[in-house]
Each structure stands twice: as structure tokens, then as C-alpha cells.
Ligand binder design. Structure first.
Ligand SMILES: *Cc1c(COP(=O)(O)O)cnc(C)c1O
Length: 398
């Protein structure tokens, strides 16, 4: 049986008539950059996420870069970021000649640890970028408290978490000053190329975001500030508008799959429960856990009927012999990917920041042991049973 890590063709086939029509309609209009399709998509996402302003941009990376430009980040300013995330989270800080300050991640949620954040705050700290990694919210209560106390901006990296709800039901990305999302095809809401979104509830920041998306010209050709070309194509916006109404059902499909994986792995005796953080005889594999949900909903496996407390952009497992298991799965036609093998503090391009191995043990542990198995909503239960069977086979003989 073949189980790809992601199969976007199934989603396309299911929506093909609507998607094709939306693309053709854009071709007929010959209106390709920003314009009415982009505005309609932005309005749809404001309503969906519950925020005041949303602007389509050229990618998730550009969403982050634009957000930092909109808060007027200056060379030498410090921005606190988790050391364990996708590269863009830290790359955008350095591109503006500011200094990324790394912190370790929480072992259960994979997200930045607020206690570690507080230790790194200095008079130069201008912003914190919490990442809602793999589709689960960071600890926004603690992060917002710290930001308020020290007068620091919070830029949420929600690239993997569009539609994730925090414990009070608020959409992640709309809690901090600016939220950033990606429409990269493999994200939960993906377009047909590169695309992204910035959101805010702040009138002043909204004005900056909107102007800086088009080179900072306001009116056109008159520049008080310097921006960039961070525009979104109408084609991408049209695709997003077709897909958005399906996002919640896709997320519940992912939760259902996550729940089945965890249940089967526990029943097979290789793990005791979700959310464990160290290996022993009864826990040869560590299972992810959705943490930020109300107490009365936090027992047992996650149900697909729950709101989106974790939307599983990735279902991340951790094992000691990770590389050998990955090779074994790939040999059995099971898609498997390592997110992320090297934390930022050990990346060559950040060597001059002076970090060393051992500085962030939790992130290094996750980088050494984590891997993703297929979780996309169209997976069948037979496919999930097959993946689990192969993982268990490996763990029993290694
Ligand atoms: C994908 C991703 C980005 C970047 O988005 P692009 O659209 O690929 O530029 C940023 N941060 C995180 C955490 C991501 O997963």
C-alpha cells in the first residue's frame, strides 16, 4: 500500500468544477494583481477569523517580513523567536538587520516557552514571534502578558495554524498585534502557488501594512516610507475563496486521523498516552497532544467534533532511532518527513550569533527525534492502520 505524505490531487478533484471556474473567471477578467478577487478573499477571511483587517500578500515569509516592517523594526533591534521552527521565522528578522534572539521550546507543544522568553527580554527587544507550530497554539496568555508588561509587539506566525482556536475560541493570529499566515500549497489552506495573509485589529498597523504591501506609496508614486512588492495575485485569492468554506471540515478530518493514530499506537502498547516527553519501556514513541483547550474537553483522545484546538498541519511523533525508522517507512512506501532537523541556533548562517550545541536542550531533543507521518484529511483508515502497523513492526524489532 502506498501512503504519500500529502496528496493534493484528491482535494483538487473534489473541488475541481468550482476551482476551475474561479481560475477561468480570473483569466476572463484579466485582472491579475490585487483587485476585487483579493478584496473578496480578504473580507471572507476577516469574517472567518474574526478580525478587523486582512491583507493578501505574496507568501507567508513576506507576511512576516511585512509585519516587521510595519512595526518599524530597526537595525539592532531584538526579536525573540523560537529556535525550533521553519526557517522564515528567524530569517526575516536578520534580513532587516535586526537580531533574532532564540529561546527554547516547550517539550509537549513544540512552541516557545514563555518562561524562557522572559529571561531574554532586554531594553532592545522590539517584538516576540510566537509560532503556532504544526497547527497548535503557543501559550498566548503568558506571551501577551509579557508583551504588555514590557511594551513589546507580538507578531504571530500562524503559517501552520489558520483556523486554530485558542482556548477561549479566539483564532490564533488575531490575538497579537499582527498575525501572519501562509497559503503555500501544503499548508491547511493552500493556493496554487505562493501566497499569504497578514491580519490585525490595530488601525495604525493596518495602514502601514496596506501601504508597505505596495512599496510604501500613498498616494501611488509618493513615498513617505519604504515598502516592497508584497502583493497577492487575484488567481490565488480566487482559489482561496473557493477553499475557505471547506477548511473546518478538513481540520476535523485531520483531527480524526490524529486521534486514530494515537489510539492505535496506544493500543499497540508502544505508548501510554499522548503528551509524554521522555522515552521508556512503555513509551517507545511520543505522541502529540492538543494542550490549549478548556479543562472539561481535555480528557481522552481528541474528538473530531471538538473545535479547532489543534489543526494538525503536521502530526509529529518522536522516536529515539528516528532516522532508521524514517528509512524503514520510506522503504515501505510511506511518506515521512523530518520537521525540523536543525534548530536555528545550530544553523551555519546564524553562527555569528554565538550559540552552541546544548544551549536549547528541548529543541535539540525534538530536532533529533521528531518526524511527520501522513495526516491529510483524505487519508483512509486502512492507510492509517498500515502506517501504524509498520511503525509498530519497527519498534518491536529495534
Ligand atoms: C510555511 C511557513 C512559513 C513561510 O510561509 P511561505 O508561504 O512558505 O513563505 C513561515 N513560518 C512557518 C512556521 C511556516 O511553516
Amino acid at each position: 500500500m502506498k501512503v504519500p505524505l500529502l496528496d493534493l490531487k484528491q482535494q483538487y478533484q473534489a473541488l475541481k468544477p468550482e476551482l476551475d471556474a474561479a481560475v477561468l473567471k480570473t483569466c476572463e477578467s484579466q485582472y491579475f494583481i490585487l483587485g476585487p478577487e483579493v478584496e473578496a478573499m480578504e473580507k471572507g477571511l476577516c469574517d472567518f477569523l474574526g478580525c478587523k483587517y486582512a491583507y493578501g500578500v505574496s507568501s507567508g515569509t513576506d507576511a512576516l517580513l511585512l509585519a516587521l516592517m510595519a512595526i518599524n523594526l530597526k537595525p539592532g533591534d531584538e526579536v525573540i523567536v523560537p529556535t525550533y521552527s521553519f526557517f522564515a521565522t528567524a530569517g526575516v528578522v536578520s534580513r532587516l538587520n535586526a537580531v533574532p534572539v532564540f529561546v527554547d521550546n516547550d517539550l509537549v507543544t513544540f512552541n516557545l516557552d514563555p518562561k524562557e522568553v522572559e529571561k531574554k527580554i532586554t531594553p532592545k527587544t522590539k517584538a516576540i514571534i510566537p509560532v503556532h507550530l504544526y497547527g497548535q497554539s503557543a501559550d498566548m496568555t503568558a506571551i501577551m502578558e509579557l508583551a504588555k508588561k514590557h511594551n513589546i509587539f507580538v507578531i504571530e506566525d500562524g503559517a501552520q495554524a489558520i483556523s486554530t482556536q485558542y482556548r477561549d475560541g479566539q483564532a490564533v493570529g488575531t490575538i497579537g498585534d499582527i498575525g501572519c499566515y501562509s497559503f503555500f500549497p501544503s499548508k491547511n489552506l493552500g493556493c496554487f502557488g505562493d501566497g499569504g495573509l497578514v491580519v490585525t485589529n490595530n488601525d495604525e498597523l493596518a495602514k502601514n501594512l496596506k501601504i508597505m504591501r505596495v512599496h510604501g506609496g500613498e498616494p501611488k508614486y509618493y513615498h513617505k516610507v519604504i515598502g516592497g512588492n508584497f502583493r497577492l495575485d487575484a488567481l490565488q485569492a480566487a482559489v482561496i475563496s473557493v477553499k475557505l468554506p471547506h477548511l473546518n471540515s478538513w481540520s476535523s478530518g485531520r483531527r480524526k486521523n490524529a486521534s486514530l493514530y494515537s489510539k492505535l499506537l496506544i493500543e499497540a502498547g508502544v505508548a501510554e498516552e499522548t503528551g509524554k516527553t521522555s522515552f521508556d519501556e512503555k513509551n517507545k514513541i511520543l505522541l502529540p497532544k492538543a494542550v490549549y483547550k478548556p479543562e472539561d474537553e481535555s480528557t481522552g483522545y481528541e474528538s473530531e467534533k471538538l473545535p479547532n484546538y489543534h489543526i494538525y498541519n503536521q502530526y509529529i511523533l518522536r522516536v529515539e532511532k528516528r532516522d532508521a525508522l524514517r528509512d524503514f517507512l520510506l522503504k515501505n512506501d510511506i511518506g515521512c518527513e523530518i520537521y525540523y532537523p536543525v534548530p536555528f541556533h545550530l544553523q551555519e548562517c546564524f553562527a555569528d550569533l554565538g550559540y552552541k550545541k546544548g544551549d536549547f536542550p528541548n529543541s535539540e531533543f525534538s530536532a533529533d527525534t521528531s518526524f511527520a507521518v501522513p495526516i491529510y484529511p483524505e487519508l483512509t483508515s486502512e492507510q492509517i492502520h498500515f502506517v501504524v502497523e509498520k511503525i509498530v513492526e519497527f519498534l518491536k524489532s529495534n
